[in-house]
Design a binder for this molecule. Sequence first.
Ligand code: ADP
Ligand code: G6P
Length: 476
Amino acid sequence: MDITPQSLVVVANRLPVDAQVTEGTEGRTVTWRPSPGGLVTAMDAVMRSNPGAWVGWCGTAGLELDPFTDDSGRTLVPIPLSATDLEEHYEGFSNASLWPLYHDGVAPPEYHREWWATYEEVNRRFADAAAAAAAEGATVWVHDYQLQLVPAMLRAMRPDLRIGFFLHIPFPPHEIFRQIPWRRQILEGLLGSDLIGFQRKTDASNFRRTLRMQLGMQTQRTFVKVPGTRADEPERLVRAEAYPISIDSADFEALARSPEVQDRAAEIRRELGNPDLLMLGVDRLDYTKGIRHRLRAIGELLDEGELDPTRAVLVQVASPSRGRVELYQAIRDDIESTVGRINGSFATIGHNPVIHLHQPQPREEIVALYLAADLMLVTALRDGMNLVAKEYVASRFDGDGVLVLSEFAGAADELTQAVTVNPYDIDGLKAAIMQAVTMDRSERRRRMRFLRRRVMENDVQAWAHRFLDALTGSET
Ligand code: ADP
Ligand code: G6P
């Protein structure tokens, strides 16, 4: 199917929805469900109010689907990825090389030349599809580490476009970034953009410093001077700056206020035996999220009698993620055996102190859990932003609840009234959990008031406007 070229095109590794394919007697049926992760949570909300085209993978290897228009008027353009593309571009270079490296090397990255070749090839496919979907002079917004070569590929084909890039994960210090064998190609790929957005100021300054150190480029405040590649090509100014992402805060609050979600929150507490303390973790099952450190702290607090195993419960909802990548299999085994050990030691008939749900949950259920929880534990070892922290705050229209937040999550820059922790410091983490448990009501409410002001003011629409205004007003 030919598509009508659009004035706004979003390019991301995933579409906002994943295809679920069933083969029946009457042929193939395709149904759709929301895709995982913070990128989709944020951009789905933005693109509902700015319909344009969204170019991305449909979530199933080898599936070729025609572009289509969804119920909010967006044109979705599915990019086919073969089993080899998935293995080498997605599981390989994106999630076993770049992901661990960009998260400060919290796990060892691996490099393979064939992964890189496929990364280039897949980036080319996305760039071609974006060029075909973009109207003359359109704005193209490319997202995340899986597609860092797309901006330069696109600029070479379509110099008429405004090209923005947003990195949802951290950009590491130069000393870490420099180990990538293809570091120059990645930097040149990104520099095809007019504007490059990062989550934190430190990410943007790491990037600009890397350009100075690696490519000898000059930077001036947030601008980078990019020399032309030919003698007759003028220098361009590329802006590299922080735009901290957010959520559709009003939408989360409205969901939390709905009678169904409030009833469900009360029901969750009843089903758990009306505990005195309900602690909550909500994460993709990823080794960057610090779930092991969280469990270790809770296990020790139970062991030392600081928490009563019959009256306290931790609900850990971890959605399955990247299950064919080795490090993800290891973290899953580790978490399951730790939960088993804690429950083996402290469970009674009818009560488990830790409940681990390894399943995606509908948004209504997640928000009901946010409302039901006394304490939200966000203990990431490294995280671009962490939208879960913001979702918890937006959902707490009742003004209560305590957020325990890792200082290594981007959200810590804004949510300064959370109880902040260094998750590597298990004693510090235990002390922070106990501080949150024993915090009096007026202090809890004072902190939550501050947090809510931040999250309600800087929502995802404000974030998208800031980025797109800077992109369309920027000079090259
Ligand atoms: P990341 O992008 O690394 O996954 P974020 O915290 O920024 O981390 O975003 C995670 C998103 O996924 C949030 O919108 C959160 O509500 C959602 N999410 C996390 N775990 C689950 C789950 N088990 N079921 C459904 N949604 C989940
Ligand atoms: C993070 C990344 C996204 C990614 C998401 C889910 O939010 O920044 O780019 O889409 O995790 O991960 P997945 O590998 O399932 O797409």
